[in-house]
Design a protein around this ligand. Structure first.
Ligand SMILES: *Cc1c(COP(=O)(O)O)cnc(C)c1O
Length: 364
């Protein structure tokens, strides 16, 4: 089913949104879905049981705590900051939107580093920001000098860096983030939606005290297996958090989501074993994919729960995986800078086997 805005409606739209189309995740029912970077394992059984209990007792007849007080405090403890430096949102996406809403606006500039998460550009355009792209290099690393030059010359209100980057898996070193925050007047959003899968040492939280312009985004959707409940959070200076609190919709994070996320945080140690398993599966999958090099497949390094691969006739490969093998991955082959690329989420070992079998058959 596709959503169409008829001309009669489109002509009534606000100029800033008149060009937009409804988001289409291109979802097709398949047996093996490795297209959305979800956690295929779900929560460990002991944690899932605790979440179930918490959901049963959640007071759904009451409005939720507007700022998710319990969850906020638990996150503050976890990251060694005061609760005033944490804000919870309805998924990380809502927080990106609110950040751009609070600090963007018509005429302001956002510096973006494609190929990356397309949500930044979409929301920036929706909110009237001008997007200045500083393309990543051929190994998908950020060109830091060019980035700083762009941020200065446009007096950028916001600079966004994703580490690990989606869909490339590339990380940025902490020293480089430190340099960029120190050399930029505007806010620097470091999107760490996948940080739990990266080698320790890439976490930007240690830089928070040094840089009042640093904004870190995290989510429960990937490592913590709660994509369906929509919970993300931002760590930043108290002032930035207060501004985000001012623009947010007061009850956007519902009681069930708050209860589940609080329970998961309390069980973070149990969840760590699943994360370690996904990382091990990623490395095993990388080796298997490397074995397909003689059939023209290239795998890029990744510190996330997915791998970017380049294959000949990528769109056709994507289609045949879906139609002949019921395996759905994400097709990026028509995105600028990602010619021939598919992104495969690391699944369970059984799912990864199905992917490999499909690729072997399709690549011939
Ligand atoms: C998945 C993702 C997010 C946030 O996802 P939510 O489900 O909205 O929390 C943010 N940034 C990137 C790069 C992502 O891939």
């Amino acid at each position: 089913m596709s959503l169409v805005i008829p001309e009669s409606v489109r002509k009534r739209l606000a100029p800033t949104v008149a060009q937009l189309e409804p988001y289409d995740p291109h979802f097709t029912p398949v047996e093996i879905n490795l297209s959305a970077n979800e956690n295929s394992y779900g929560l460990p059984a002991v944690v899932a049981a605790k979440v179930a209990d918490a959901l049963v007792f959640a007071p759904t007849n009451r409005y939720p705590s507007a700022l998710a007080d319990d969850l906020r405090s638990a996150l503050a403890v976890r990251h060694g900051v005061v609760p005033e430096r944490v804000i919870v949102g309805n998924g990380g996406d809502e927080l990106i939107f609110n950040l751009f809403l609070a600090f963007g606006g018509a005429g302001r500039v956002l510096v973006n580093c494609p190929p990356t998460f397309t949500v930044y550009r979409t929301y920036a355009e929706l909110l009237g920001l001008t997007v200045v792209d500083v393309d990543r290099d051929e190994s998908f690393a950020v060109r830091t000098e060019e980035l700083l030059e762009a941020a200065h010359s446009h007096s950028a209100a916001l600079t966004v860096i994703t580490s690990p980057n989606n869909p490339t898996g590339t990380v940025m070193g902490i020293d480089e983030i430190d340099t960029i925050c120190g050399a930029t007047d505007g806010l620097v959003l470091i999107d760490q939606a996948y940080i739990e899968f990266a080698n320790p040492g890439y976490e930007a939280t240690a830089l928070l005290d040094a840089h009042p312009n640093l904004v870190i985004l995290r989510t429960f959707s990937k490592a913590y297996a709660l994509a369906g409940l929509r919970v993300g959070y931002v760590l930043a200076s108290e002032g930035v958090i207060a501004a985000l609190a001012a623009v947010r919709q007061p009850y956007s994070v519902n009681v069930l989501a708050q209860a589940a996320a609080s329970t998961v945080i309390a069980c973070a140690d149990a969840c760590a074993s699943t994360i370690a398993r996904i990382v091990a599966e990623r490395e095993a999958l990388r080796m298997r994919l490397n074995d397909l090099a003689h059939r023209g497949l290239t795998v890029f390094p990744s510190e996330a729960n997915f791998l970017l691969v380049r294959v000949p006739e990528a769109h056709r490969v994507w289609e045949r995986l879906r139609d002949e093998h019921s395996v759905l991955v994400r097709d990026f082959s028509s995105a600028p800078g990602l010619e021939g690329c598919l992104r495969v989420t690391v699944g369970t070992s059984r799912e990864n086997e199905r992917l490999i079998a499909g690729l072997e058959a399709v690549l011939g």
